[in-house]
Design a binder for this molecule. Structure first.
Ligand code: SF4
Length: 520
């Protein structure tokens, strides 16, 4: 079991633990200002031949830092026992040299987290560990279950004690219970047949590392090959960081089992579904541009989305500016399409907004007035690029509208004659239940406003979004193979009180009796 403190009340056959992270109160305290949707976790797992897993895991977590800044953790296994270290904060702050040295073993999993379910607290930091009668489990989870409460209620009635209100612990307990009665592959299948929602998991059962992607492939997970082993990671950029080669994406509904000696991997297609539900926002915003997800380089996808944006709602202005950093690839594709075949003055593509690189994604803004002016801390306009000119700014999304309003005001103050706003995604009209902090319906500026009303609110001369059809076309997927819940209000999962865009039903969990067993 991990070498941290035990946070659980022992239950018959199970013991849930984590490594006792220390909560921090800085970046995510009340009043912190966030401008965009926030990703909720990155996962990694490695199995190596004759090399400690801790440092490759640490470097991979660095590569995945953009997917979660709340906590970071690693659990390894040395063939005899688990070792774990989980801390609140960034990867660079969470581990010291001695921590990595103490994480013995050539297999392990890691996690960076931004809280999805379970709130901001140390007990939800991951990897989550459970030791049980026939071994140990570690779990790293990206995504969000929509039926975790039902399964937790059922397991609680059966005597399981939970140390957090997060859904990852629910998966861990369910899998541990199934492992008492079935082999590894059947146990994972049984758990997959009971959980409903979004999950990309790296799991460690004793020294064996597994990867699992939910049957609709909502969140990304890929396999990479190293000189001396294999790696599973949320994004291929983590594989690149380790000097490895991307083998392929883990398929929706697939279980990948890495050989503990790093010599290869086995795969099992445990669940098949007609359609996928890839989160289109991975390509639009969350993932690193240098990652390849579901066979598409994110950078190229964003450039193509920018090109489509010009074709749908391009406006002739003197200059096109990206909102750094997320709008950059969109703006370059947009400007390139704008200038194709242009025989007059070409539209200039310029970096007219300089980013303060020492301001993180979040910072403390105690008052509304200070929050209103937060953009000035992050971005400074280059006057000579803007003054006396018509300007188009390109961004990936508008959530609450606060940042867009501030940006338009900033550009007008810098002397822009016209400010046009173009967005490389459709309007966000509904929340996300699959693991992204998208804000509530009440907070979303597009939930109950027309595009003209939003344009007025942010005081732009014009506003254009990309259509859902163009997003699907650029990503090369049918609408029914994408999750578009936050831009259509219709979800690919069975969620209480929400519409679904497909024939989907969540598993029946009988909270009054023994868990139902799916056919193996
Ligand atoms: S609702 Fe939006 S952010 Fe959430 S998984 Fe679906 S597409 Fe992604």
């Amino acid at each position: 079991m991990p070498d941290g403190r035990d946070l659980s009340t022992p239950t018959p056959g199970y013991e849930a633990t984590n490594a006792g992270p220390t909560p921090k109160t800085d970046s995510d305290s009340a009043g912190a200002a966030r401008s965009g949707p926030t990703e909720k976790c990155g996962v990694v797992g490695v199995a190596l031949d004759d090399r400690a897993a801790s440092r490759p895991l640490y470097y991979a977590l660095y590569a995945l830092q953009h997917r979660g800044q709340e906590s970071a953790g690693i659990v390894t296994h040395d063939g005899f026992q688990q070792h774990g270290h989980v801390e609140m904060g960034l990867v660079g702050d969470a581990f010291e040299e001695g921590d990595l040295d103490s994480l013995a073993g050539e297999t392990g999993i890691g996690h960076v987290r931004y809280p999805t379910s379970g709130g901001v607290n140390a007990s939800c930091a991951q990897p989550f560990s459970v030791s049980f009668k026939s071994g140990s489990l570690g779990l790293s989870h990206n995504g969000n279950l929509v039926n975790a409460d039902e399964i937790r209620d059922e397991l609680a009635q059966l005597g399981h004690a939970f140390t957090s209100d997060g859904d990852t612990e629910v998966i861990a307990h369910d899998l541990a219970r199934n492992l008492l009665e079935a082999d590894l592959v059947r146990a994972v299948k049984r758990t997959m047949d009971r959980i409903h929602g979004s999950y990309a998991l790296t799991i460690m059962h004793d020294e064996t590392v597994l990867g699992v992607r939910d049957p609709q492939g909502n969140r990304p997970l890929c396999i990479g090959e190293l000189d001396d082993g294999y790696v599973l990671a949320s994004e291929s950029a983590a594989i690149d960081t380790l000097g490895g080669d991307l083998v392929r994406d883990v398929r929706p509904g697939e279980l990948v089992v890495l050989e503990p000696d790093g010599s290869g991997f086995d795969t099992y297609q445990l669940v098949e579904q007609d359609n996928t539900a890839h989160c289109f926002f991975e390509h639009v915003y969350f993932a690193r541009p240098d990652s390849v997800i579901d066979d598409t380089l994110v950078y190229e996808a964003r450039r193509d989305l920018g090109r489509a944006l010009w074709n749908e709602s391009g406006v002739e202005t003197d200059v096109v500016l990206p909102v750094p950093d997320s709008g950059r690839a969109f703006a370059s594709g947009y400007a390139e399409a704008a200038n194709e075949g242009a025989d007059g003055d070409a539209i200039e593509f310029a970096e007219g907004l300089m980013k303060n690189r020492y301001v993180g994604r979040t910072f403390i803004m105690p008052t509304q007035d200070e929050r209103e002016r937060a953009v000035r801390l992050k971005l400074n306009p280059i006057k000579s690029t803007i003054e006396g000119r018509s300007v188009t700014i390109i961004d990936d999304s508008i959530v609450r509208g606060t940042t867009s309003r501030q940006l338009v005001a900033l550009l007008r103050e810098a002397g822009a004659e016209e400010v046009h706003v173009r967005i490389g995604a459709p309007p966000i009209v509904a929340p996300c239940y699959m693991g992204i902090d998208m804000a509530s319906r009440e907070e979303l500026i597009a939930a109950d406003r027309s595009i003209d009303e939003i344009r007025d609110e942010i005081d732009a001369d014009s506003l254009g979004y990309l259509s859902v059809e163009s997003v699907a076309e650029v990503l090369g997927e049918s609408r029914l193979d994408l999750c578009l819940g936050c831009v259509t209000g219709e979800y690919p999962y069975d969620i209480d009180g929400e519409e679904t865009d497909r024939d989907v039903q969540r598993p029946v969990i009988d909270t009054d009796s023994e868990p139902a067993r799916a056919d193996d």
